[in-house]
Design a protein around this ligand. Structure first.
Ligand code: NDP
Length: 491
């Protein structure tokens, strides 16, 4: 078993305040593979103090942006250099297939650091022509200490969404990863050291949400909270932020519609729909978990979807031929099982899946990709985020009714559309209440493109130039340049 019995604070590995640890199970076996020190409020306080000192006294935000940029670029290089190792850690810890982590996700993370290395040098103010007597300009300054709370589905990617812009803007950071997936981010600390990021600029303390996460979100020296996680936890975080008048950005859950019209190539759309819901074993916030298929192709589409879904290879995530790995934790597996049962009880038709694979180790967290048809919009599987490989299929024929149903959930993170009709695609992209709309593709995420939710999927945008607004604050500087002055007290 791997032991991680220290925290990364002030550029060093330090002893925790208690000897308590938690175990991280390997989802493919259900057996613990790592033991991680559990952070308490005292440890979070130490990390925040370190980030505060680094911000107030350190060189980070006062060094030339070009120097920060160079360091971020180096961090990107290190991610690429160590991507095999990081991908293996991620797959062992969260069960995502290695072909996803190693093939795509981890190497892509380097791009976040490269992109924000470039943007670091573009954080500029404006000169505002108020009148001839005054010179007014604005400066964009870092906000200070950023508390970053991460989920378990893509820990290093979610960390990059926050860390790259935070550092580019000159902030300092404290991470609280999910207790299910702390390992990769702890090992990432070694790259932070090697890249030459000064002590205290990045600090990492794993622990439980209601203890370490809460302590971080409530800490008076934390200036901004960047949170990715479930909507219920997000609401809690918003309360903490309100109490401390802290800046906050929330990337929360989703229940995204994926809509297929009858003019699109059927096979291509089936594959697009499958990867929209089954990638990462369904554990993505943007999962296309509600599928709307046009009446004219519904039966044929459903047959093909079910046939292809049954062929997905669910197996050891470390095997490069595996197409779908395991769920990350027992509680997530239980949640999926419970919601699938609710779908059956409420009268939906289970077309395939709905259970763990027959030959799976009973201690493991595998679950078969699952398709439900005959779903009514008021069923739990049509409304609640499952965060697993479960898709509910609906039939539609008329556009207004489609829009009403597609928008008829509390979430608004993403939506997909498959059609060759450009007028219809653009018209619907305006009517769908979602932070990202994908046309003839799905789940495209890029460092340069803003990402975030409408409605209860959260607020604030990550990625793109927009995210820098969340990690900077604007100062207006007024200079009187006239030779005259007015004495308001003159008698
Ligand atoms: P949770 O909301 O359970 O947890 C997210 C993080 O918050 C974890 O680090 C957790 O710690 C911590 N936390 C829990 N309670 C508190 C608290 N009271 N105060 C402070 N921190 C707390 O989400 P999951 O980890 O289960 O992730 C899955 C959810 O994340 C899904 O709903 C998914 O949609 C969403 N998500 C959203 C994304 C987006 O960009 N919109 C991207 C990825 C996921 P601990 O784990 O120790 O409990």
């Amino acid at each position: 078993m791997k032991i991680y019995d220290q925290f990364f604070i002030d550029g060093e590995w330090v002893e925790p305040s208690t000897g308590d640890r938690f175990e991280s199970p390997n989802p493919a076996t259900g057996q613990p593979w790592a033991s991680v020190a559990e952070g308490r409020a005292e440890d979070i306080d130490r990390a925040v103090q370190s980030a505060h000192n680094a911000f107030e006294n350190g060189p980070w935000h006062i060094m030339p942006a070009s120097q920060r940029s160079e360091i971020l670029r180096r961090l990107g290089d290190l991610v690429l250099k160590h991507s095999d190792h990081l991908a293996k850690l991620e797959t062992t810890d969260n069960g995502k297939a290695i072909r996803e982590t190693g093939g795509v996700e981890i190497p892509a993370i380097a791009k976040w650091y490269y992109y924000f290395a470039g943007l670091a040098e573009t954080i500029e103010g404006r000169t505002i022509p108020v009148n001839n007597d005054l010179h007014v300009h604005t400066v964009r300054e870092p906000v200070g200490v950023c508390g970053c709370i991460l989920p378990w589905n893509s820990p290093l990617l979610m960390a990059a969404f926050k860390l790259a812009p935070a550092l580019a803007a000159g902030n300092t950071v404290v991470f609280k990863p999910s207790e299910n997936t702390s390992v990769s981010i702890l090992e990432f600390a070694n790259l932070i050291q090697e890249a030459g990021i000064p002590p205290g600029v990045v600090n990492i303390v794993p622990g439980y949400g209601p203890v370490a996460g809460k302590a971080l979100a409530q800490h008076p020296l934390v200036d901004k909270i960047a949170f990715t996680g479930g909507t219920e936890t997000g609401k809690q975080i918003a309360h903490y932020a309100a109490d401390g008048v802290k800046r906050v950005s929330l990337e929360l859950g989703g229940k995204s519609p994926n809509i297929v019209f009858d003019d699109y190539d059927l096979e291509e759309a089936v594959v697009g729909v499958m990867s929209g819901i089954f990638v990462a074993a369904g554990q993505t916030c943007v999962a296309g978990s509600r599928l709307f298929v046009h009446d004219k192709i519904y039966d044929e589409f459903l047959d093909l979807l079910v046939k292809r879904t049954r062929q997905i290879r669910v197996d050891n995530p470390m095997d490069p031929t595996t197409q779908m790995g395991a769920q990350t934790c027992q509680s997530q597996l239980n949640k999926i099982k419970e919601l699938v049962q609710s779908g059956i009880d409420e009268g939906a038709d289970l077309m395939t899946g709905g259970k763990p694979p027959q030959d799976a180790d009973p201690s493991s967290y595998f679950f078969l990709p699952t398709v439900f048809s005959g779903v009514q919009t008021n069923m739990r599987i049509a409304q609640e985020e499952i965060f697993g490989p479960v898709v509910s299929v609906f039939r539609f024929s008329e556009e207004d009714e489609l829009v009403e149903k597609a928008n008829g959930v509390k979430y608004g993170l993403a939506a997909g559309l498959w059609t060759r009709d450009v007028k219809r695609a653009l018209r619907l992209s305006r009517r769908l209440k979602a932070g990202s709309v994908w046309i003839n593709c799905y789940r495209k995420i890029n460092w340069a493109v803003p990402f975030g939710g409408f409605k209860m999927s959260g607020y604030g945008r990550e990625n793109g130039q927009e995210v820098l607004d969340l990690f900077t604050q604007t100062k207006s500087v007024w200079i009187d340049i006239s030779e005259d002055y007015i004495d308001p007290y003159a008698t």
